[in-house]
Structure formats: structure tokens, C-alpha cells
Design a binder for this molecule. Sequence first.
Ligand code: PEP
Ligand code: MN
Length: 360
Amino acid sequence: MNTSDLHIIPNPLVAKKTDKPFLIAGPCSAESRAQVLETGRAIAAKGDASIFRAGVWKPRTRPGSFEGIGEPALAWLQDLKAETGMPVATEVANAQHVEACLKNNIDYLWIGARTTVNPFYVQEIAEALRGVDIPVLVKNPLHPDIGLWIGALERFNKCGINQLMAIHRGFYSYEAAPYRNVPKWDLAIKLKRSIPNLPIICDPSHIAGDANLISEISQIALDLDMDGLMIESHCDPKLALSDAKQQITPDVLHQLMSDLNMPKATHESDAFNRNLNNMRSVIDKYDDEILNVIQKRMEMVAEIGKVKKENNIMTFQIQRFFHILKTRKSTGLELGLSKEMVYELFELIHKHSINIQNKI
Ligand code: PEP
Ligand code: MN
């Protein structure tokens, strides 16, 4: 199946609002009937969220932590829905979870990051949903493999699930980072390019891992044209049994939502559009210059390749590679460019230079 063949039925709740982003909110876990109702009532009263979320089965890294209430908590979600009218969502990780959710009229299911990585589980859940018309939200896998993410969406689609959405919740990283899970916006954008009508929601709570960082990540997501947000909210975050550090109260959530700026894709003013086009033509010129310089570089690379070949010298020389990265990085730094960008750029340029020499 070509990814563009995915058949996606748009969700009416996601249909772009101009003044406020689409929001799914609720606690990491359903902990007690009182906690679900108190949190859900407060969220419903503020009117920011279209869907209430709460985890019922919690995938925890270590055994012994709170692993969720399980099936009995689904009744609390039903109680909240009956009272507030808000549709409810929970995470499913196997066929039994699906069966319990269908029995308890859960409206939305999401697939957690630890499940998306495993095609066996995804297939099992998809099969359990065959013939059921329920929206499914697929979180990105733990590691940045877009194939697994698309593969999971395809497995659901093949079992007849058409109301699909994706959730970008960031990726595990070995390197120290300000965030719990590093966002890979480029991957989310790539997914959007492969499946243009697939809504992509950002989960700033699991990206941040810290209540104080949720607002800045949410704003980036909106600036990048993501289709909505999933934010963890708990009536008393410090007492939360899971993800306590990243949860915010419904009041704080309301303030955060009010402070977010909803950017527009286009501007109606002709003067603005003319000015933007003029500035873009300057960029176009610089890009031409970049390509011309790269062409000259590659000509020289080919020359060197011939000399190496005539003298039986290896094409790839690690010392030279390190020297290039180090010197370009420090020149880039002097010019105020990002270290990461310069590093990635020259890694790519060097890789293709070596390819050219290998072909000689
Ligand atoms: C969650 O949403 O509570 C959750 C467990 O998310 P993730 O699968 O993104 O870790
Ligand atoms: Mn959580």
C-alpha cells in the first residue's frame, strides 16, 4: 500500500478552528472515580477540550509502579461522559483492552508509543477492531522510525479503521536533553507530507516531562501547523500516581490555552504578501548561490578522486572527515549558525563527496 492510498475520514472535532486549537485533555491515569469526575468536570466547565483522556492500563517502565486501575475505571469515564457530554479516550495495548473499551462505549482509542513499536501488538489491536467504526490515534513509536509509525496506521486502515489520527509525543534519546522525549518536528512534517489528510496532534506533556515547558512546546506545534494538542491535566498534579511532574491543573490548562497564539497560514493584505514574496526571492537567490558553490565543490571532489585513484589512496579518510566537521563547526559558530545544522550539513556533503569519488 502506498501511504497516499490511506483512506482517512476527517474528524469533525479536528476541523480547523481559527481561534482555538483542538484539544484532548485529562489525567495521565484514571486513579479514582472522584479524581476522574473532579478533573473532568473542571475541564468541561472551562470549555477548552473537545475530548477527555485518561489512561486505564498504564505501560510502566518498571514493575511495581502504579499500573492503572484497569477495566473498572472505564465506568468512571462513562459517568463523566454522561454528566458532561464530553467524548472519552483511553489507551489500548492488546485485544482484551479493545474488547473492554467497546463494551464500555469508549469513544476514542489511542495506541501508546510502547505499542506502536511492536507490529504484533498493533496487528492484534487492529484485528480486534475489524468492523468497528471508532477513531484511533496512533502515537509515534519510542524511537524515530517513521516506517513503524506509518506501518501502524496502515495496519488499522487495512482493518477498516478510517478515522485515524497521529500523535507526536517525542522520542527517546540517550543524549541529555531539556525534554523528556525529544520532539522531531521534521518527522511529523514528513508524516504529514506522506499522508496529507491525516490529522497530527502534538502531545507536549510527554515531550516536556515538565509542566513548565508545555506552553512553549504547544506554541511550536501550532506554529508548525499541527492539528491540535493532547495535554495531561490533573485536579491535583502533585498527588498524581503517574507523570506527576508534567501534569497541570484545569485552571493552569485554561490559562495556557488562552495564552496560545493561533497563527494563520495566509494573510489577506496584498502589501504583506508582496513584501513576503520579495523577501522570499532573496532566499531563492541565496539558494542558487549555495547550489552553485556545491557544484564547484563536487567538481573539485571528483578531481581529487582521480588523483587518489591514480595514486592508490583510500577515498574515505577519517582524519580528514573529523577535520572538516571540526573546522566547519567552529566557522559556523563564529557566524552564529547552529552547531547541529553545520554538523548535519557537512556530514551530508562529505557523504555525497565520498560517493562521487567511489564511482571514479
Ligand atoms: C500517556 O499518554 O499517558 C502515555 C503513556 O503516553 P506514551 O505512550 O506517549 O508514553
Ligand atoms: Mn502520561
